[in-house]
Design a protein around this ligand. Sequence first.
Ligand code: ZN
Length: 141
Amino acid sequence: MIKYNLKCKNHHEFESWFADSKEFEKLNKRKLLECIFCDSRIITKSIMAPMVSITKEKKNVEIQIRENVLLKEKQKLIKLRNYIEKNFEYVGKDFSKKVREIFYDKKNKNTIYGITSPDEREELKEEGIDLVSIPWVDKDN
Ligand SMILES: [Zn+2]
């Protein structure tokens, strides 16, 4: 819905709602619009009010779409989590120790995941070990 400020040839101004700008053009061409004050059918569009009304249904649809996107994102993260759990070795809080072992012993090709504190992460970074942190989502709910 679009709200237009309309003006008749006698300079009466009034507002009216239209489905879209095409609807306004169509009705006006057929002289179906008339001034609410003087019944003049010579109507022009003055400034369009910067306001768009979204019907309640449409709003609900939009919210649903947004939720679906979030759900899809979550599903992706769950997939990622499942992949990591399947293919990486969980080392928990030993992560920074283990990751050093891997980093300095190039033969060790283990892929691991675990937990680091921000401090540990900073230390590792200084040693040239860059880590990727992954948003860890709950699988349930
Ligand atoms: Zn008028």
